[in-house]
Ligand binder design. Structure first.
Ligand SMILES: Cc1cc2nc3c(=O)[nH]c(=O)nc-3n(C[C@H](O)[C@H](O)[C@H](O)COP(=O)(O)O)c2cc1C
Length: 350
């Protein structure tokens, strides 16, 4: 599959997740079988570009290409400027966020709120495409199925986006009103796929190889995008890839491998965020890795009291060493319930 001139190694994508899919996590997913990753969104508000948060998000040092940056905003000219700003900092693909439901985005910026105002949405898309075209940078769009149950306009908007020059559309199978509640639906994604000639990516609730196959079959999508199920389980991409290619399940990773990749992940994390912030923001990742493991809940609680990177690294290494005395391989994944995911998302969005 191609996005513009970029050929992707496979069609399993990491979803952009603010506060999660930073460069270390994206790189890890790519090394474990993801074919493509989109950065966390960067605001189109210029006054925030020099903040530490935005400059970290715009840092792509050492990341395998293509570098895709997601931008969010409500003003066409500002969005066009944000696209150029990110291209100047290494973005090779620009993704427009019309999928994120968090209040902060809808009030201050945009996200899925834009689906309610098709004229403005299109104005933004056109301005970004015009800014990116001379730089030979493809523009993609991430959206939901619509604003609410009675206003599911993904097909109309996706068609208009294609005509405006967008080169790939991702659809999360929920409306804006749904947030993360209720199961994702795939009929609207199938309708978008049937209506467009550019690649369409299906997203929402893909958490196992079987689900991936079912979503591919239900939608006919060109690619799949996986978000929450990759938290603490970045090897899900190679598991799904293997299943789609062979019909067989890959064995769960060795405990020793997970120990090594989590410790490497932590090192990269501290390098990007520095020790103080890094130790704190690493806690959620560590929590996800150990969540379903024996002793994982207690370890997660203890982790919150560790204040320094050396102590955090030692505790993680000890936890996995001890686990390794009980089992060679990680236990099979335990799927989160919809309630678990809702609760966790509310926590992250707060
Ligand atoms: C913590 C978190 C942060 C997110 N941040 C973004 C974002 O910055 N941009 C975006 O388009 N979607 C964002 N999303 C939505 C995801 O990209 C994805 O569409 C959604 O989680 C559904 O996919 P999943 O069921 O595989 O998680 C976020 C989701 C979560 C859970």
């Amino acid at each position: 599959m191609h996005i513009g001139s970029f050929e992707l190694p496979n069609t399993l994508f990491v979803a952009p997740m603010a506060g999660v899919t930073d460069r270390p996590f994206r790189s890890l997913c790519k090394s474990l079988g993801a074919g493509y990753a989109v950065s966390e969104m960067v605001t189109s508000r210029k006054e925030l570009w020099n903040t530490l948060k935005t400059s970290r998000r715009a840092n792509h040092e050492g990341e395998a290409g293509p570098i895709a940056v997601q931008i969010a905003g409500t003003d066409a000219a500002m969005m066009a400027e944000a696209a150029v700003y990110n291209i100047d900092r290494g973005a090779q693909i620009i993704d427009i966020n019309m999928g994120c439901p968090a209040k902060k985005v809808c009030n201050k910026w945009a996200g899925s709120a834009l689906m309610q105002d098709e004229a403005l949405a299109l104005e933004i898309i056109e301005a970004v495409v015009v800014a990116c075209a001379p730089r030979n940078v493809p523009v993609t769009l991430k959206m939901r199925t619509g604003w609410c149950q009675s206003h599911r306009n993904a097909v109309t908007l996706a068609r208009a986006a294609e005509s405006a020059g967008v080169q790939m559309v991702t659809v999360h199978g929920r409306t804006r009103e749904q947030g993360y509640k209720g199961p994702a639906e795939y009929d609207t994604i199938a309708a978008v796929k049937a209506a467009l000639s550019i690649p369409v990516v299906a997203n929402g609730d893909i958490d196992s190889p079987e689900k991936a196959l079912a979503v591919l079959r239900a939608t006919g999508a060109d690619a799949l995008m996986i978000g929450r199920a990759a938290q603490g389980r970045p090897w899900i991409f190679r598991e799904i890839g293997h299943f789609l290619a062979t019909g067989e399940h890959l064995a769960p990773p060795l405990v020793a491998e997970v120990r090594r990749l989590l410790l490497d992940h932590l090192e990269e994390h501290y390098t990007l965020y520095g020790d103080y912030t890094g130790v704190r923001s690493a806690r959620k990742h560590i929590g996800w890795y150990v969540k379903a493991l024996p002793g994982g809940e207690a370890f997660r609680a203890r982790m919150n009291s560790l204040e320094e990177s050396a102590g955090q690294v030692r505790a993680v290494a000890d936890f996995f060493d001890e686990l390794g005395t009980r089992m060679d391989r990680m236990p099979p994944a335990v799927m989160d319930t919809a309630e678990d995911r809702d609760a966790e998302h509310m926590e992250l969005a707060a």
